[in-house]
Design a protein around this ligand. Structure first.
Ligand code: GDD
Length: 346
């Protein structure tokens, strides 16, 4: 009989990638459909007939309980979150309600179902929990979160560990470093850069405005990371694992990689808010800093050490940084008639 999976956050990048991965493995895939007057289910458009969406919400315990009781999933992937770090400073309470208490609500549901139910849970923990902790970071690094998003995720992380120990639940934390794909939301820096570079190439805009150009991130591909999440739930013993590529690049380097894909080189001049990126041939200004995009406190350097996942799960990233940039650029390149292609085709 097909295994049953329940994905919270199925409408986001990771949910859409994981749903495809599980469908290919023959799972019966169910997902939460939070109510919204303007639903964004576009990432699921080509698999909408193959999955089951149900109205439920991370802020509504009885809706979660009803879903889990009705469909008895073998595996639950908790990917739902208010996932934008900058926005979390504007809506800290909502962030905590969804990310921290939402995880607790789901754990309570699993506790009610009991360990004998055999249900397994994956918790989308985040490298943002490391915050100011020096790089490289792994499972033994102490957490120093520096955003409401980071603190909310840390609550979820510790709740998973606590419920695992207290009630014998099969619940695992994946501490995932940044992971991207053509399905990434445009409010995150990689997709924002890729989309802007494609529009500049098509003559639809002149420049990109960015915040902190010097932050470093360990960017991998969402497909690799969702495969890793699944691998965690195939283990007999639940545990916590870092997934990362082990290579960090600055926002500036990501900008350079995206422009280089269309054959343009960037020369940087100026400092601080006056730092600008110029086309090395034409001298046109292509990148500027907008201080409104700075965060009140910022994680400067994330660089993950995923040796444990490699050793125990046998997980390694298969898609390189260059392939990631290429795939995102190809998906967003603007056609002559002004349409973007393959937006949801990853
Ligand atoms: N979003 C955004 N927009 N970020 C910018 C910009 C901009 O215009 N300019 C510079 N940045 C910098 C941010 O300050 C940050 O240092 C870096 O680019 C990456 O920002 P995001 O892409 O927004 O991702 P994030 O690192 O804050 O968080 C993502 O990764 C986490 C894992 O570490 C999100 O996906 C989180 O949900 C995830 O947990």
């Amino acid at each position: 009989m097909a295994k049953i999976a329940l994905i919270t956050g199925i409408t986001g990048q990771d949910g859409a990638v994981l749903a495809r991965f599980l469908l290919e493995k023959g799972y019966d895939v169910h997902g939460l459909r939070p109510y919204s007057a303007v639903p964004d289910e576009g990432r699921l458009s080509d698999i909408s007939d193959d999955i089951h969406l149900h109205y439920a919400d991370m802020t509504d315990t009885s809706s979660l309980l009803r879903l889990v009781e009705t469909y008895q999933p073998d595996e639950i992937y908790n990917l739902a979150a208010m996932s934008h770090v900058h926005v979390s400073f504007d809506m800290p309470e909502l962030t905590a309600n969804v990310n921290a208490l939402g995880t607790l609500r789901l754990l309570e549901v699993l506790r009610i179902m009991g360990p004998q139910s055999g249900m397994r849970m994956y918790q989308a923990s985040s490298s943002e929990m490391f915050g100011h902790a020096p790089a490289p970071q792994n499972e033994n690094t102490s957490f120093e979160p520096c955003s409401p998003y980071g603190t909310s995720k840390l609550f979820g992380y510790w709740s998973v560990r606590n419920y695992r120990e207290a009630y014998g639940l099969h619940a695992s934390n994946g501490i995932l470093f940044n992971h991207e794909s053509p399905l990434r939301g445009e409010e995150f820096v990689t997709r924002k850069i890729i989309k802007a570079v494609c529009e500049i190439e098509a003559g639809q805009r002149d420049k990109i405005l960015l915040g902190n150009l010097h932050a470093k991130r360990d960017w991998g591909h969402a497909r690799d990371y969702m495969r890793g999440a699944w691998m965690m739930l195939q283990q007999d013993i639940p545990d916590d694992y870092v997934l990362a590529t082990g290579q960090a690049r600055s926002v500036k380097e990501f900008v350079e990689a995206a422009f280089s894909y269309i054959g343009r080189r960037i020369d940087w001049r100026g400092q601080g808010v006056d730092e600008k990126g110029y086309d090395s041939k034409t001298g046109a200004c292509l990148v500027e800093v907008d201080p409104a995009l700075f965060r009140p406190t910022e994680v400067r350097h994330l660089l993950g050490d995923a040796s444990r996942a490699k050793e125990i799960l046998g997980w390694e990233p298969e898609i390189s940084f260059e392939q990631l940039v290429e795939e995102m650029m190809e998906a967003d390149r603007v056609l002559p008639y002004g349409q973007t292609t393959k937006r949801y085709a990853a």
